[in-house]
Design a protein around this ligand. Structure first.
Ligand code: KIV
Length: 265
């Protein structure tokens, strides 16, 4: 079992901020796990970030199990949370519990994450009763992109009351924490103060109990559109292109491999 556990995360509320970052492979998980990160989320954002899909909908159990296993192999400190992909938990309680169990049993994850409110409460209750820790996810739910018609801020005005009541329902169903995505900071603050379990914000302002970002965004590897809430802490896209172009130029100019990179006769 990794150093950080679900009970430790729950106890952090009102004591210390919870740091969460995504990772999708062994190498990145190993690096991230040395950075004082509490939770590594194998997000279904891997669909866009790693697999080149337009959204998260095509991601399936096979993809998620494959990448979760790799992340688990690279992690000994952080709690690994696996995102349940679209259609792996929505259609029935039995299917949801079976698929969630695979992340713990086959991949070695410490918990799963599911998107949505009231409609999946029976699934969450059964998973928790079975012994599977569940992280909820409210606000902008990317798996609902088809009905939401785009990635937009959620919970403004009266819609905020619905989100608060859904958060309370998820807590009652047994979630150990809830991701709040793309909601106004004042609503995130209200939900955070009403819940006994920690909230993890992404585009939800500073009042949540923790924050999550996609690792490729933090590192500046992502090219193209960048949401307002993303802060980049490095510009690795430029560094990677510089390094690979230098390698390519040296091979073409017969500079690499030089004597230092050859075995002795
Ligand atoms: O899939 C993902 O990476 C996520 C986080 C951004 C919360 O769900």
């Amino acid at each position: 079992m990794n150093e950080i556990t679900v009970p430790k995360i729950m106890k952090s509320k009102n004591i210390s901020k919870i740091t969460v970052v995504t990772a999708y492979d062994y190498t990145m998980a190993r690096l991230v796990d040395q950075c004082n990160i509490d939770i590594i989320l194998v997000g279904d954002s891997l669909g866009m970030v790693t697999l080149g899909y337009a959204d998260t909908l095509p991601v399936d159990m096979r993809d998620m199990l494959h990448h979760t296993k790799a992340v688990v192999r690279g992690t000994s400190n952080a709690l690994v949370v696996a995102d349940m992909p679209f259609m792996s938990y929505q259609t029935s309680v039995g299917k949801a519990v079976f698929n969630a169990g695979r992340f713990l049993k086959e991949a070695g994850a410490g918990a799963v994450k599911v998107e949505g409110g009231s409609v999946i409460l029976p699934q969450i209750e059964s998973m928790v009763q079975t012994g599977i820790p569940v992280m909820g996810h409210l606000g902008l739910n990317p798996q609902q992109i088809a009905v939401m018609g785009g990635y937009k801020v959620q919970g403004r005005g009266k819609a905020g009351d619905l989100l608060l009541s859904q958060a309370l329902e998820l807590e009652k169903a047994g979630c150990f924490s809830i991701v709040l995505e793309a909601v106004p900071p004042s609503l995130a603050e209200k939900i955070t103060s009403r819940l006994r379990i920690p909230t993890i914000g992404i585009g939800a302002g500073p009042h949540c109990d923790g924050q999550v970002l996609v690792i490729n965004d933090i590192l500046g590897i992502t090219e193209g559109f960048r949401p307002k809430f993303v802060k980049t802490y490095a510009n690795l896209a430029t560094e990677i292109k510089k390094a690979v172009s230098s390698y390519s130029a040296e091979v073409r100019d017969s500079v690499f491999p030089g004597p230092d990179h050859c075995y002795k006769d």
